[in-house]
Design a protein around this ligand. Sequence first.
Ligand SMILES: NC(=O)c1ccc[n+]([C@@H]2O[C@H](COP(=O)([O-])OP(=O)(O)OC[C@H]3O[C@@H](n4cnc5c(N)ncnc54)[C@H](O)[C@@H]3O)[C@@H](O)[C@H]2O)c1
Length: 361
Amino acid sequence: MASSAPKLVAVAESRRFMIDCFKAVKVPQAHAEAQADLLVAADHRGHFSHGMNRLEMYINDLAINSTDGGAEPKVLKETPATAWVDGLNGLGAVVGNYCMDLAIKKAKTVGVGWVCAKGSNHYGMAGWYAIRAMEQGLVGMSMTNTSPLMAPTRAKEAALGTNPLSLGAPATNGDKFLLDMATTAVAVGKIEIQRRKGAALPDGWAQDPNGNITNDAELGFSTGCLMPLGGSELTSGYKGFGLGAMVDILSGVMSGAHYSTQVRKWTHAGADSAADLGQVFIAVDPNCFAPNFEERMTDFNARLRGVEPTDPSKPVLLAGDKESQNMASVDAAGGIQYLENQLKTCASLAEKLNIKPLAFN
Ligand SMILES: NC(=O)c1ccc[n+]([C@@H]2O[C@H](COP(=O)([O-])OP(=O)(O)OC[C@H]3O[C@@H](n4cnc5c(N)ncnc54)[C@H](O)[C@@H]3O)[C@@H](O)[C@H]2O)c1
């Protein structure tokens, strides 16, 4: 009997598949694991755009050597609280983990660690690095620049990336506040999904080639000009533009990496030049300030979650709550449910790289 049950992929199996793919293009085991841990965490949390969905692009970049899978980051300049790192065109997770671990070490010694990297690649979920600091009882922040996709307010062309930022603040008993967001109104993946569904774009997501708001998903996708968080000037899109620029100043300009329109375009086929992305990793020991930070965070969270909702069936959520709920649903279901076209991409990757295909539960 044909089953209509969804095909689920266990988290460990998804990770195994990704590691095998990376190793097939000569990425060392430890780097393959670091990159797979990051990608599978995004799928587990429900951010499919930054999980398995990105695997093919990384593999293509590695296969044509526009990313160096074996590169180890190097410190160029250091003080007790800061470090300037060259990622030497290594994998984003390898550079990111190295830099955040260095920032954590510094924060534990002198209260704060601020590490800037140049020469990096796409580093996935910005929140991944904030979580790393939170796991050590620290407040963590991370930001990265990306390929240009956002049109500045009043502009016809893209001059900033989707430039995400994250802040993680630990509370007691594993609770937290974890903000992790692009500074465009939506990620480009959401435009792709509307296009696949043949659905219209809401106002404020994307522009047409003349710089006007478009509701046409096909046109929005081909133009490649997302609007900043907030949308048009009238609805305060310039604040999203300002935040995106702030991210690029702290990550790209400060690290000496490429920034703004200097950053290359990135496509599924891979890129023919190094990305040279800039990233920043900040860890702060809250014990340097008022005592009992985590207890006050718990109280803070309770106050916000406790506000009466407009719709009683939809309680107020805090940043990070949706992702925690998603992880719990994946765990309860026993695996991640990928879209059919994602599974097709995985099957063709397995064939191309001659590795064991994804197994289902
Ligand atoms: N490396 C890159 O180049 C790059 C670029 C862009 C985005 N990203 C990543 O993509 C992921 C998705 O980004 P996004 O901007 O689409 O995220 P999103 O819009 O889904 O969520 C943004 C934030 O809002 C919170 N949130 C969601 N619904 C909420 C609600 N109802 N109430 C309160 N808070 C709520 C989420 O917990 C999250 O912290 C992130 O992990 C981001 O870092 C990476």
